[in-house]
Design a protein around this ligand. Structure first.
Ligand code: MTE
Ligand code: MO
Length: 252
């Protein structure tokens, strides 16, 4: 008999249990391995926990698909969203020179980063797809600083489990687990298709987490919080999405 890896065992264990004994048991198993999404006790319940836990065990290190340059969309769609605030427009008026990204929570060195400070931490570009939950998508080149570089600079404490990120506008916010936060394709994005990131696409600074659906890709981010729990952060569900009927975990 071939030795079964621990991950394989856990994955097939969780999936098989779900079929045989129902989702509640899968939920208990996932809980044992700490694979519970922040809104896992809510309306999406054990179903979402199963999707999240199984995908995480199978795809922990997987890369989102990257495309050749020729596949970049000629007319990418900027989802307009609500109008931008006066606070945003004030910062835009002087070329975002005063834009700051605050980093707090479970970090050794909380700080406030200008766009130049972020860029100094490193650059990566990749050609990936934005896929909206409503069914449309486009491919673009995204240029930014891997989130992991910033997390290394601030020194994430070992008990951290999530990174929450907040927009200056639209009450939009979200969070991801450390697997996505430390993933090399997760970018604090400030460029697109060889130029600055246009405001319509979330400029000057947007989270790009290409392993998840469009709504996790929050535009106009001004704050990151590293935490071990979503309780006490906004509505406690880890994201603005659950209030609108979409799950916290949106892996693709
Ligand atoms: N601040 C903010 N971020 C946001 C949104 C928004 O309305 N405001 N819309 C989200 C949704 S639902 C999607 S699908 C993508 C759309 O990205 P795009 O405008 O680049 O197409 O941005 C996400 N990020
Ligand atoms: Mo969306």
């Amino acid at each position: 008999m071939k030795p079964v890896t621990r991950r394989k065992f856990m994955t097939t264990g969780i999936a098989a249990t779900a079929g045989v004994a129902g989702l509640a048991v899968a939920d208990r198993l996932a809980r044992r391995y700490g694979l519970i999404p922040p809104d896992g006790c809510g309306v999406f319940g054990p179903g979402e926990t199963l999707t999240y836990a199984t995908q995480r065990l199978l795809t922990r290190h997987a890369l989102a698909r990257e495309f050749p340059r020729g596949m970049i969309s000629k007319a990418p769609f900027a989802n307009p969203g609500a109008p931008l605030s006066d606070a945003f427009k004030g910062l835009q008026a002087n070329g975002f020179a005063d834009w700051r990204l605050a980093v707090d929570g479970m970090v050794a060195r909380p700080g406030s980063y200008s766009l130049a400070d972020v860029k100094d931490l490193g650059t990566r570009s990749q050609i990936t797809e934005v896929a909206c939950e409503e069914g449309w998508s486009y491919i673009a080149e995204w240029i930014g600083t891997p989130l992991v570089e910033l997390l290394n600079a601030v020194g994430v404490l070992p008990q951290a489990r999530y990174v929450a990120y907040f927009s200056i506008d639209h009450d939009w916010w979200d969070s991801m687990d450390m697997g996505d936060a430390l993933h090399p394709q997760t970018l604090l994005t400030w460029g697109m298709n060889d130029g600055d990131l246009p405001v319509g696409f979330g400029g000057p600074l947007r989270m790009r987490v290409p392993r998840q659906l469009g709504y996790k890709n929050v535009k106009y981010i001004t704050r990151l919080t590293v935490t071990d729990s979503m309780k006490g952060i906004r509505d406690g569900r880890g994201s603005a999405a659950p209030a609108g009927g979409y799950s916290w975990y949106a892996g693709i």
